[in-house]
Design a protein around this ligand. Structure first.
Ligand code: UD1
Length: 427
């Protein structure tokens, strides 16, 4: 129940270094189980979703050693259970990746039904389709999902919908299946490619990641490996929007500009000026914010995780913008909070009509999920006065040192912990 207090109205200026990608990290950590040996993972973001994944590995018998702030050595030789502790699973949606890696190594795995951000129904039928196509059986009992099947045999799997999670889980389960697995209609996000590269570092034979078809030739055994995680595309996009909305000038460092193209293209249309370097982009906004229409789509389309952030920017645009959510059914809940700031947004199902207003007023707000929370932070940075954002634990699932990074850019933001007595009274 901690909160951010944010004094808005200051243009952000300076440099920010982007951390490792959350969505790659939460897949790569479970994938280390497949090694049955020692892996060294670099550029891990210091966020609570990573901490939860590491705690799961540790409780399952892995030896985990911190080499430095962003580097972990994980030895999964002694993992001795195929059941992921329920209390840890509930903290993060991506705990479902343990299903794929446990099935791949031990022929069975059990996790509780995934938690994480509430963006409407988030089924895992395509994950289970992949597992059963490889010869496993699945069952759901008392809130736990179990998969079992040995030996797994390579198969041709056509996904009914493009799913990041199902694509990763299918790769994890099939790297040691007998023969060839072909995955079609797969997700192409940068973190899919990153997971495939890591699997290959551990001895797998995965080809085609980043295209619509991934081919996996099963290998008999995997081994440990050293790997450095890619930078976080969405964290970078968040600071780019923050620079643009405050009329600042920010060098966003340690990124892969190619991964940011769908975001940069829309920001430029909205009036941002973006200079691209080898591993950085500089974002400023010389003129007014302009209205644009945005539809979220699987990569290389505009990412759904950036939808709340671009919507906040468009609240201050000249004219009317239409934002269409193409991935999740219920991703506009945060709009109620923006109404408290004086935003003019009408939501009808998956479509938001955003009428630009002259300015945002400060307000007390509540972060309903990770990216919505980040969007409220950005809105508060642009507001004229002091806002408070509650339930920031959602934000800390995915943003490393957000307060420190923003303060270094000149923002007025601080984190306040509720005093212990008050917290005790809350129970
Ligand atoms: C991942 C990301 C999340 C991002 C999302 C879309 C991680 C840890 N999280 O979530 O940040 O917002 O991709 O880019 O990487 N679907 C089904 N059946 C399934 C699986 C998915 O119908 O079995 C549907 C979902 O309801 C959704 C769409 O497919 O409408 C895409 O979901 P998916 O790509 O699977 O998202 P996640 O992997 O949960």
């Amino acid at each position: 129940m901690d909160k951010f207090i944010i004094g808005g109205g200051r243009p952000l200026t300076g440099e920010v270094t982007i951390s490792g990608a959350k969505n790659a990290a939460v897949a790569i950590l479970p994938a280390t189980i497949l090694a049955g040996g020692k892996c060294v993972i670099e550029n891990l973001p210091d966020i609570s979703d990573v901490a939860a994944s590491v705690r799961i590995l540790h409780e399952m018998g892995a030896a985990v050693r911190m080499l430095d702030r962003t580097t972990l050595e994980i030895d999964t030789t002694r993992v001795d259970t195929t059941v992921v502790p329920d209390h840890l699973c509930r903290q993060m949606r991506a705990s479902y990746y343990f299903l794929g890696s446990l099935l791949g190594r031990f022929g069975e795995g059990t996790v509780s039904m995934p938690g994480g951000c509430d963006l409407g129904p988030r089924p895992i039928d395509q994950h289970l389709k992949a597992f059963t196509s490889l010869g496993a059986t699945d069952s759901v009992e008392y809130g736990m999902v179990s998969v079992k099947g040995e030996p797994l045999v390579g198969a041709h799997i056509f996904f009914d919908t493009v799913s990041v999670g199902a694509t990763v889980n299918a790769m994890l389960a099939s790297v040691m299946a007998e023969g060839m697995t072909v995955l079609e209609n797969v997700a192409k996000e940068p973190h899919i490619v990153d997971v495939a590269n890591f699997l290959n570092t551990m001895g797998a034979d995965v080809r085609g990641a980043g295209t619509d078809v991934i081919k996996i030739r099963g290998v008999e055994k995997m081994h440990g490996g050293d790997y450095s995680i890619i930078p976080d595309q969405i964290e970078a996009g968040t600071y780019m929007v923050a620079a643009a909305i405050t009329g600042g000038n920010v060098l966003v460092k340690n990124i892969i500009p190619k991964h940011l193209e769908p975001i940069s293209a829309k920001l430029e249309r909205a009036g941002a000026f973006i200079e691209e370097y080898d591993e950085a982009v500089r974002v400023s906004r010389p003129g007014p914010i302009m209205s644009v229409n945005v539809k979220t789509m699987p990569h290389p389309g505009f990412p759904t995780d950036m939808q709340p952030l671009i919507t906040v920017l468009l609240c201050l645009a000249e004219g009317t913008s239409i934002v269409t959510e193409g991935i999740f059914e219920n991703r506009f809940r945060y709009v109620e909070e923006l109404h408290r700031m004086g935003a003019n947004i009408q939501v009808d199902g998956r479509v938001a009509v955003v009428e630009g207003v002259g300015g945002l007023q400060p307000a007390p707000m509540r972060a309903s999920d990770l990216r919505a929370g980040a969007a409220l932070v950005v809105a508060a940075l642009a507001a004229d006065g002091t806002s408070e954002i509650d339930e920031i634990e959602h934000i800390e699932r995915g943003y490393e040192c957000m307060v420190e990074k923003l303060v270094a850019l000149g923002a007025d933001i601080r984190r306040v912990s509720r005093p212990a007595e008050t917290r005790a009274k809350a129970f």
